[in-house]
Design a protein around this ligand. Structure first.
Ligand code: GAL
Length: 829
């Protein structure tokens, strides 16, 4: 293990100080300051599931295999109807897993502090270093750190770290959790005098176009046995340019922590916004006798915002409607093992649709998600819990509540409070205690903790609706009475009232909660299978469990129409929800359930379905049609999207929908003959034609003032004939992590997508790389996401290729019986 800190000799430091004072600028760039942490992800040994419960006997096992973390062992297993996790947990098993790693530490580090940080281990981790027990952490979603220096061997002698991960008690989650060291692991080596873990807190109390005041609260830890005199300098950088700095001298007692406050100003600040997510970096340096002993970087944003009772969310003085989505933490075929590129791809797909907000449902996310949201411009609701003391599944976190909730919440706040993208804390999702007095006590406790660590962001909770959602008309008296029962809502603990669903009640909000802003913390829960369409599209179907379409092999059972016509009884269609949100200024915005499909919770079905139908985008990352409704409403991009496909039985009546914008009308032609001009009336979000099927070409033309804006065509496909591969990126980095997401399309001889093709596709890869995921987005498929073959769903399939650490050429080939194969080259550099 090598640390990468650079020490400056005192002469150089003096010179630098002089330069700073004289010139007011520093020659150093932001990236010249070292990150204290280095990755500790590679070369772990892993052992799964047997009766060995004890760390002293596990070492003797011969069943170890080598791997890199982040790692999720559940996704490597088989879907199993009898899995204790249930279909709600994705029918993938938990179990007991052991990880160990052997490593050496430089002799020169023996005078320093070394710590290990886990960004998240699901769940119930216990850690030992060289036989010494470091501790336990039940919560799988929060990061934690242990100091290991007192127990390390330095120089040539080995060290061994052992991690026991116990996810054997099931069910403990309402969705697929994954199991194992599923987030990054880091080693941090610092001087004995250093910035503490999560030791900086950067706020911007006053922000105008001319000036921003910036405050730093920095916690310095002195692990020396003597007191220390030191200088703490905090420098703000914008990219590579030094903006300003503040310096303070301190005396810190032996074995003590001290928090210092520093203040400065940034002239004409460049504000963080959704469109231009501009970040600054604060570099904290601690010097002793003119020698820099510690450096610590904190990215932050300068922006001002408020949630207004009448105008909703105001960012930098401008009203911004939050067009958000809820995301669970799994990455589809990659399971829950985080990969920064995979998260970035999800966010890119969301951005392209017009999404500007992410809710981290229902737990602290991977730090990388927040870093990407800072950089890409998303309005994040950072959520802490899916339950408090009262459990939702037998073995969930409710069992750990009493002992751990305080620490877990504080750690989340300390970890996350510098992120520019976070605008709200959610203290819980659909908490059962919201209806009783316990809920008031707990809500007040959580709110007090939150305000103690961050007063700059409002607190909300995603509360269950106050009315029975099966009521289409809402009676205000009834609604008022129902609100009386919602004890959290009335407790005063919340700064923003947040409802899940109940879009029928939003209009009554102001009467019920005068003076409190409102947000739709969760909406919609529409249900769709990509590429599958029921013949008649204009009846709304509400399905909790769909018994009428039982799954049998070969039947299109357990599929849901991808017209926006199916919803849960507690939810609403995409269009119905957005129409309400868009109408009222006081509605700050919405977080749709969900942006992406996720593993588990296959409502409206049970087994054999194992992944969700809620996503606007399927599990593989392929958009369902409603994606384009949002794109037409939420972006400036000109849209004309017509669907479904054009392969039906002769004479069958088919509904054709078009989502469009920037045009007055759309005309549809079937084989050259007009079938009518349509335009959206009132608050319509799509237009429709109902015609008998006839093979050939459907062509839509959108027009504005009589002039063509866009044209779009769908053609009847012949039999499947060939495969086509398209990589999202054909050059990836040779860092052993980077990914290329390759789409497989099944085409007919003329190159038209075969919309019903479900061929099994076999993949092979030549070169230094590996296939790490395959997926079609089919919630009923039980094929492994980790194999090298997969059955396509409605003409499409995805294969994910990962680099190794060698540069070169990767050649990916896809083959299917009776189809012409395809090959694509991916360059690794
Ligand atoms: C909500 C819940 C989500 C998810 C969703 C499905 O009530 O908050 O976690 O279960 O229902 O519709």
């Amino acid at each position: 293990m090598k640390h990468n800190k650079k020490y400056l000799n005192s002469g150089l430091a003096l010179l630098m100080l002089l330069a700073i004072t004289l010139l007011g600028s520093c020659s150093k760039k932001k990236d010249d300051f070292s990150d204290r942490k280095v990755s500790f992800n590679s070369d772990w040994s892993f052992h799964l599931n047997d009766s060995i419960q004890d760390k002293d006997t596990i070492g003797a096992s011969t069943k170890w295999r080598t791997l890199n973390v982040p790692h999720d062992w559940s996704v490597e297993g088989k879907f199993d109807e009898k899995s204790p996790a249930g279909y709600g947990g994705g029918a993938l098993n938990g179990g007991l897993g052991w990880y160990k790693k052997t490593f050496k530490v430089n002799a020169e580090d023996s005078t320093k502090i070394t710590s290990i940080t886990f960004d998240g281990v699901y769940k119930n981790s216990q850690v030992w270093i060289n036989g010494h027990y470091l501790g336990k952490r039940p919560n799988g979603y929060i990061g934690f750190q242990y100091e290991i220096s007192p127990y390390l061997n330095y120089g040539d002698k080995n060290n061994e770290i052992i991690v026991k991960v116990d996810n054997s008690k099931q069910p403990n989650s309402r969705w697929y959790s994954g199991s194992g060291i599923f987030r990054n692991v880091w080693i941090e080596t610092t001087d004995k005098l250093h910035v503490a873990q999560w030791g900086t807190y950067v706020t911007t109390p006053k922000v105008t176009a001319e000036k921003a005041s910036v405050s730093f609260e920095t916690t310095i830890q002195n692990q020396n046995t003597a007191s220390k005199k030191a200088t703490v300098t905090t420098t703000i950088f914008k990219e590579d340019t030094k903006v300003t700095s503040v310096t303070q001298n301190i005396t810190i007692a032996a074995n003590a922590n001290q928090t210092i406050k520093q203040q400065t100003q940034v002239e004409t600040p460049i504000l963080w916004s959704v469109e231009k997510p501009e970040l600054y970096t604060a570099v904290t340096e601690i010097s002793v006798d003119d020698k820099i002993v510690d450096q610590y970087k904190t990215d932050f944003g300068i922006r001002n915002f408020k949630f207004d009772v009448d105008k909703g969310f105001i960012l930098n003085g401008k009203q911004v409607k939050i067009k958000g989505v809820c995301l669970h933490h799994d990455l589809g075929p990659l399971g829950s093992a985080i990969n920064t590129r995979a998260i970035e791809r999800q966010l890119e797909i969301m951005k392209e649709m017009g999404v500007n907000g992410i809710r981290t449902s229902h737990n602290p996310p991977a730090p990388e998600l927040l870093e990407l949201c800072d950089k890409m411009g998303f309005i994040v609701m950072d959520e802490a819990f899916d339950m408090w003391k009262q459990t939702k599944t037998k073995y969930d976190y409710g069992n750990d509540w009493d002992k751990w909730h305080k620490k877990d919440l504080i750690d989340q706040l300390l970890r996350d409070r510098n992120h520019a993208s976070i605008f709200m804390w959610s203290i819980g999702n659909e908490i059962p205690e919201q209806w009783n007095e316990d809920g008031v006590t707990i809500a007040k406790e959580l709110a007090a903790i939150t305000r103690q660590y961050d007063k700059t962001r409002p607190i909300t909770a995603a509360m269950n609706p106050p009315v029975n959602m099966n009521l289409d008309g809402v009676n205000l008296q009834f609604e008022k009475a129902a609100v009386q029962y919602n004890k959290i809502a009335k407790s005063g603990a919340l700064d923003i009232i947040g409802y899940n669903y109940a879009h029928q009640t939003y209009e009554y909000h102001k009467q019920n909660f005068p003076g409190i802003p409102f947000i739709a913390t969760e909406t919609t829960s529409g249900l769709q299978t990509r590429g599958y369409y029921d013949a008649v599209s204009d009846t709304i179907k509400k399905w909790p469990v769909r018994w009428d379409l039982k799954f049998t092999e070969g039947n299109p059972g357990n599929t849901v129409s991808a017209y926006d016509q199916v919803q849960t009884p507690w939810g609403s269609t995409h269009e119905a929800t957005w129409k309400v949100i868009k109408k009222h200024d006081f509605l700050s915005g919405m977080y749709i359930w969900t942006g992406f499909d996720y593993i588990g919770e296959p409502t409206p079905y049970e087994w054999p379905s194992i992944s969700s139908y809620f996503g606007i985008v399927d599990l593989a990352g392929f958009p369902k049609d409603v994606y384009y409704m949002y794109q037409s409403e939420w972006t400036d991009k000109t849209v004309l999207h017509i669907f479904p496909h054009w392969n039906w039985k002769p004479g069958q009546t088919v509904d054709i929908w078009a989502y469009y914008n920037n045009a007055d009308e759309v005309e549809l032609f079937l084989n050259g003959k007009s079938v009518g001009v349509r335009s959206k009336k009132g608050d319509d979000l799509h237009v429709m034609w109902r015609i008998p099927f006839q093979p050939g070409t459907l062509k839509a033309i959108s027009r504005k003032n009589g002039k063509t804006v866009l044209e779009s065509e769908i053609k009847t496909a012949e039999d499947p004939s060939k495969l086509k591969l398209t990589a999202d990126r054909s050059t990836i980095k040779a860092d052993g992590n980077d990914l290329s997401f390759v789409t497989v399309d099944i085409l007919d001889a003329k190159g038209i997508l075969a919309p019903n093709a479900n061929n099994e596709i076999n993949f092979s890869l030549k070169g230094n790389g590996k296939i790490v995921g395959v997926c079609s987005g089919d919630p009923v498929s039980h094929e492994s996401y980790k194999g090298s073959k997969h059955t396509a769903l409605n003409g499409k399939c995805l294969v994910i290729v990962q680099s190794e650490t060698k540069t070169g050429r990767l050649e990916l080939t896809a083959k299917a019986n009776g189809l012409k194969q395809a090959t694509i080259v991916i360059t690794v550099e």
